[in-house]
Design a protein. Structure first.
Length: 260
């Protein structure tokens, strides 16, 4: 097993892409509403190579350059060594951008075969990846983990929890983990998925498609919720605005503890 974080040395360049004003406004509002970034924060971005995390990479760079609050940021990628998903093309891309970058290799598929209990492979993989990101943040001295879930993700999680779990629950914008030593932030909580998709396409970001057979052999509950929301939004243009308002207490849950 090799989960040592491989540091990719940075060579400063000016290869970043300026995000559109609509994205900057939405993320800036989230930063203000949920107090996501504070003076002196050292932020570690979970970079999967998808359109959302790549968009957030460039957005964070924009705010690092233009926001009055000073902060540092780096990125970490967890390579699950599944065979069907290879994020290694991110290595030369990050070298070009010059962002401090940690690349962690972990045979998660193999581990799932011997260590997975009753959870799905996707749940096991997600838990393993999150633990490795926490580990890297601690070892490298970062106090904040930034994740790239957007408003569509939050809405899908909300419906999944209500429909299948009997609970009103979704992802939080900003919270402190149980161990108390790291904060988790989601700067894209007021951003629609189509905005990151449009930015990634226009900027020609090197998106790496998730291609895990364990996740895509059959339609997932999340995909069903995505389709349900799309069908409803076709006749209700204010759907996501209404959902964002309804979910506010859940999105803000735990925010008060981040000031301790």
């Amino acid at each position: 097993m090799n989960n040592t974080a491989e540091l990719i040395l940075e060579t400063p360049t000016d290869s970043f892409v300026s995000p559109p004003k609509s994205l900057v406004r939405a993320v800036g509002k989230a930063i203000g509403d949920y107090k996501l970034i504070r003076e002196g924060d050292r932020i570690l971005l979970g970079l999967s190579g998808g359109k959302d995390s790549l968009s957030l990479l460039h957005i964070l760079r924009h705010f690092q350059r233009h926001a009055p609050v000073r902060f540092e940021f780096a990125a970490v990628t967890i390579d699950p060594q599944s065979g069907a998903f290879d994020p290694s093309p991110l290595i030369p891309y990050m070298e070009k951008l010059g962002v401090p970058y940690f690349y962690v290799r972990e045979p998660i598929m193999n581990l799932a075969e011997t260590h997975m209990d009753n959870n799905s492979y996707c749940a096991f993989c997600s838990r393993m990846k999150r633990g490795l990101m926490y580990k890297t943040a601690r070892e490298q001295g970062y106090n904040v983990l930034a994740l790239a879930q957007h408003l569509d993700d939050l809405a899908e999680s909300f419906l999944m929890s209500a429909f299948h779990g009997g609970k009103l629950k979704t992802m939080k914008a900003h919270y402190q983990i149980d161990a108390g030593d790291l904060r988790v932030i989601r700067p894209l909580v007021q951003v629609r998925e189509r905005q990151t998709a449009d930015f990634a396409k226009a900027a020609q970001l090197p998106v790496i498609m998730e291609n895990c057979p364990a996740c895509f052999d059959m339609p997932t509950q999340r995909q069903h919720m995505k389709e349900l929301l799309a069908a409803e939004e076709a006749s209700n243009s204010n759907l996501f605005k209404s959902l964002a308002t309804a979910m506010q207490p859940l999105i803000r849950d735990g925010l008060e503890n981040t000031f301790e």
